[in-house]
Design a protein around this ligand. Structure first.
Ligand code: ADP
Length: 244
């Protein structure tokens, strides 16, 4: 289980995450939906240990920054950050070594085939197009078989084939019992199997709803999103914040 407990992150005067708490149950797919600037990337970077923050994050009961937790956690960042002078295969080898994963080659080949990178293994990071870089990012995130995977805006920049493969992969990972947190600002990209949606805006979680609860509620996800971020619910929340 991943537990985010009262996490607050400020960049100077900007309050990017404001007392954020949620738990991800093992084997569930959670969508983190919110407009640009809501704080989605910040919470993901906090979980993966790239940022300092106030509050507590644990994975499987271990502090998120411990070795044990790091082995469980995988991350696919929004912006591909590749080394220009390493090839695609060398990126995979580098990450496999960091995790002392000696038997990574079959998995690498399987992932490269799936994401149509099998003829790009010898290309350097800066020779790959943006879309290919993003696909390599996905392969890197999946290589060491994390049990909790964070995907930050994963569909951005992908071609239709890769989007289809990524959606299939998400369903396969869910069937394998992996825990997934997928951030997006595009409601339409959430037409996949998800168990729960967190709606985030201005650094706070504004709604936390399961698929069953949404079905019982009768609103579509889009209707709920706009009610929470722009509608009556939103103005009530803004008044509450102004009073604080
Ligand atoms: P999202 O992923 O939902 O688009 P972010 O987490 O990237 O949102 O950003 C949340 C807020 O924090 C925004 O106001 C953004 O401008 C600000 N922010 C993000 N990263 C930085 C940074 N490195 N320095 C200063 N402000 C930042």
């Amino acid at each position: 289980m991943l537990k985010v407990d009262h996490v607050t992150k400020r960049y100077g005067k900007t309050l990017a995450c404001d007392d954020v708490s949620f738990e991800l149950q093992d084997g569930s797919v959670t969508v983190l939906l919110g407009p640009n600037g809501a704080g989605k990337s910040t919470i993901m970077k906090s979980i993966i240990g790239f940022l300092k923050y106030e509050g507590k994050i644990t994975a499987g009961g271990y502090p998120a920054k411990s070795q044990q937790a790091r082995r469980m956690l995988g991350y696919i960042p929004e912006m591909p950050a590749l080394y220009p002078n390493l090839t695609a295969e060398e990126h995979m080898e580098f990450l496999a070594r960091a995790y002392r994963n000696k038997d990574y080659k079959d998995k690498m080949n399987e992932l490269f085939k799936k994401f149509e990178l099998d003829d790009k293994g010898k290309k350097f990071g800066d020779e790959l197009s943006k879309g290919m870089q993003q696909k390599l990012n996905i392969c890197l995130g999946l290589l060491n078989d994390p049990s909790i995977l964070l995907l930050d805006e994963p569909m951005i920049g992908l071609d239709p084939h890769a989007i289809k493969e990524l959606k299939n992969t998400i369903e396969e990972l869910r069937a394998e019992g992996k825990t997934l947190l997928i951030s997006t600002h595009i409601i339409d990209s959430v037409d996949m199997l998800w168990d729960r949606t967190l709606i985030m805006q201005r650094g706070r979680i504004r709604a936390d709803i399961t698929r069953e609860e949404l079905e019982a509620d009768g609103r579509t996800l889009e209707e709920l999103f706009f009610d929470v971020t722009e509608g009556l619910d939103a103005s009530a929340m803004r008044e509450e914040e102004a009073e604080e």
